[in-house]
Design a protein around this ligand. Structure first.
Ligand code: CO
Length: 281
């Protein structure tokens, strides 16, 4: 079954009329979306909190008080600050035509003026939120590795080496990600133990939030750059638009876990096998 699109309809600012907002909320429900309504007189911070808590795909802001030029961009700014800017923001209400270019440049995806058919609003949300089926020509080649977050590689290794009997291939520090990685060979794949090198490391944040455990699954591909641009074109949200350097000189990029039921997937491409110096051709 397809996941329902979740929309937060929000009334920022001081105006006291929500008939229009309620009409939109009902219309989007009729279109099969799940709609949460914040009620009147919300601050941008309250709206962003509610959007994150309710895990919505889209925020529809409605403002009649004339303060849209301050309130709407503030919502977008706070979403960015909370790293939730994958949430689509649209606006409506009494908005003069001449303010629309400013609002759109401030990150409001689209402004609907009074009289816009609710079908159009629903179609716009659907088109922007639901990834179209992506035409990927071939599946990834294999599971390259499973990344496991640990507080200390040294403390974790005895289980992997002595209990599971896996072979430690080596350790490497990836400065860009502030992480130290231990590679354990398992058939064609690997387990990677990830230890944060500092409090700003994404792995440190993961450990604080969720504790030790599986952090990500990495899928091997051989067309990373093209694949990323095709995913992006198809509206799939990515944590990295372009490849970045991972361990073993691999090029890597992460997909946003939101669309994968909370699982963080990495796509990685390893450079062609490096010949050892002096080895026969
Ligand atoms: Co990885």
């Amino acid at each position: 079954m397809e996941k329902k699109i979740r929309v937060l309809v929000a009334k920022p600012g001081l105006d006291g009329h929500d008939r229009g907002a309620l009409v939109i909320a009902q219309a989007l429900r009729d279109e099969g979306m799940e709609v949460v309504y914040t009620g009147l007189r919300q601050t941008p911070a309250q709206i962003v909190n509610a959007a994150i808590q309710e895990d919505v795909d889209c925020i529809g802001l409605s403002c009649l008080s004339g303060a849209h030029n301050e309130l709407f961009p503030e919502v977008v700014r706070l979403l960015r600050e909370r790293q939730a800017d994958d949430i689509l923001v649209i606006g409506g209400g009494v908005i003069p035509q001449e303010d629309i270019p400013f609002l759109e440049s401030a990150g409001i995806a689209k402004v609907f003026t009074p009289g816009s058919p609710t079908k159009d609003i629903a179609a716009f949300i659907r088109q922007r939120v639901q990834p179209k089926s992506v035409n990927v020509t071939k599946p990834p080649k294999k599971i390259a590795h499973i990344g496991i977050a640990v507080h200390s590689i040294e403390a974790a290794l005895p289980f992997y080496c002595r209990v599971l009997g896996l072979k430690l291939l080596g350790c490497e520090e990836v400065a860009g990600e502030q992480v130290k990685i231990a590679f354990l060979e398992i058939g064609e794949s690997r387990l990677e133990l990830l230890e944060p090198l500092g409090p700003d490391s994404p792995v440190a944040r993961f450990l604080t939030k969720r504790g030790e455990g599986i952090h990500h699954i990495a899928l091997e591909v051989d067309d990373l750059e093209q694949r990323l641009s095709s995913l992006k074109e198809n509206g799939v949200s990515l944590l990295n638009d372009t490849p970045r350097e991972g361990a073993h000189q691999a090029q890597i990029a992460f997909l946003h876990p939101k669309q994968a039921g909370g699982v963080l997937f990495e796509l990685c491409q390893h450079p062609g096998k490096v010949r050892r110096a002096g080895a026969d051709e």
